[in-house]
Design a protein around this ligand. Structure first.
Ligand code: HEM
Length: 402
């Protein structure tokens, strides 16, 4: 294994776990020239996620600088997506968004999530069939983010289309994109930004009780979000919050179908849905890996990662590290342990974690309560190795209770 590209090429998207296990069992992997390292152990991943000299900004990577065109670099320069920034830019933008994205705002979404979940499952009951991804896992999170941001209902479908294109771009952080892929991504991103600029202007004149209005008004020590900051942030919330939650819901349905007795346990004790969310995240994480770049020479397992070199942190392997967990492969919703790295760690810890957890808890409890004798039908996976999850998940059932 000498690069992130080799790694992605080796992954079986249907079942990457034997590969993760073999890498976890093998000695640490680092390229001879120190340009690339693969980190699998929980303690090492957790440490590197918190390391002040490990950057989230791809512009610090020798490899990516070499593959980016001047034009791409200029575009990135102007658009501050704070997931891919280091302090102080990251600190400033994250703080502004956190101020607008409060626990109160997340909690307020609970009735909306419950209602949408009910409606989507009612529609499936009426049809007499359930394809979990298209019928529930895909539409629910996009409706929730749209509601949070304040996107009008009639635009939710357009919004979902952009999200599908933009999510693929995360895979491309690790591989070279084709010119067609870059173009597709550029178009989706430009359309999204134009749409949001116009919506933000409306909110400036006609404030509402939504996140977009809060972002427009976000101000701290005289520091306003520029329009570019605002659209970059809205775009980040869509990309970071959509496909990830789609995968959480899909992977959770699979757990209900495959883990013996789980469905009955959650049905009998709905509070267990909370622990179930943590175990789905741990054993089948929606984000399988992330990447950091060394700002100076850094000691990593197996050697020295050179300045400008990249480390892939394999979250999905780290969560199965038996140095960290007892009975590591047992799905146990009562574990009461959220030390998994599925929401990352350190300063980039997922801002949407409370929202994702709320959605997962509501959906899993409802699925366990309503589905009578569910059976797995067709299952295919999305062709995406970083944000991994089902593309089609047919569920047969005897009844879908009201
Ligand atoms: C199960 C669902 C989710 C998972 C597994 C997930 C996972 C992650 C991970 C792994 C990161 C950090 C990546 C890194 O350190 O390189 C992250 C960051 C982020 N997530 Fe999530 N996420 C989920 C849902 C959401 C939702 C629903 C939202 C918002 C609507 C959201 C918003 C964000 C934001 C804004 C960041 C950037 C934080 C920063 O850079 O400071 N996420 N997420």
């Amino acid at each position: 294994m000498t690069s992130a590209f080799d790694l992605l090429a080796a992954i079986d998207v249907v079942d990457p776990y034997p590969l993760w296990q073999s890498l976890l069992d093998a000695p640490p992997q680092i390229a001879e020239d120190g340009s690339f390292a693969l980190v699998t152990r929980h303690a090492d991943c957790a440490e590197l996620l918190r390391h002040p000299d490990m950057s989230s900004d791809a512009r610090n990577s020798t490899h990516f600088r070499a593959t980016m065109t001047e034009e791409e670099l200029k575009r990135i320069e102007k658009r501050e997506v704070f997931l891919f920034r280091d302090p102080p830019v990251h600190t400033r933008l994250r703080r502004l968004v956190s101020k607008a994205f409060t626990p109160r705002q997340v909690q307020q979404l609970q009735p909306f999530i419950e209602e949408r979940t009910r409606e989507l499952l009612d529609a499936a009951a009426e049809r007499g069939r359930l394809e979990l991804v298209a019928d529930l896992a895909y539409p629910l999170p996009v409706a929730v983010i749209s509601e949070l941001l304040g996107v009008p209902h009639e635009d939710h479908a357009t919004f979902a289309g952009w999200s599908a294109v933009l999510a693929k771009s995360l895979d491309r952080l690790m591989t070279a994109a084709t010119p067609e892929e870059l173009e597709e991504n550029r178009i989706a991103s430009d359309e999204f930004r134009a749409y949001f600029e116009q919506l933000a202007e409306q909110r400036r004149h006609d404030p509402r009780d939504d996140l977009l209005t809060a972002l427009v008004q976000a101000e701290e020590a005289g520091d306003r979000l520029t329009m570019d900051d605002l659209t970059s942030t809205a775009l980040l919330l869509l990309v970071a919050g959509h496909e990830t939650t789609v995968n959480l819901i899909g992977n959770g349905m699979l757990a209900l179908l495959r883990v013996p007795g789980l469905l009955e346990r959650v049905r009998d004790k709905p509070q267990l849905a909370e622990g179930m969310v943590e175990e789905v995240l741990r054993l089948d994480p929606p984000v399988q890996m992330t990447m950091r770049t060394a700002l100076k020479d850094i000691e990593v397992p197996g050697g020295t990662l050179r300045k400008g070199g990249s480390a892939v942190l394999l979250i999905a392997a780290a969560n199965r590290d038996d140095r960290e967990y007892d009975d590591v492969l047992t799905f146990e919703p009562g574990r009461d342990d959220s030390s998994h790295l599925s929401f990352s760690g350190g300063i980039h810890y997922c801002l949407g974690a409370p929202l994702a957890r709320l959605e997962g808890r509501i959906v899993f409890a409802e699925l366990a309560r309503r589905l009578v004798n569910p059976r797995l039908g067709e299952l295919t996976y999305r062709d995406n190795r970083v944000l991994r999850g089902p593309a089609v998940l047919e569920v047969g059932f005897d009844a879908l209770l009201p």
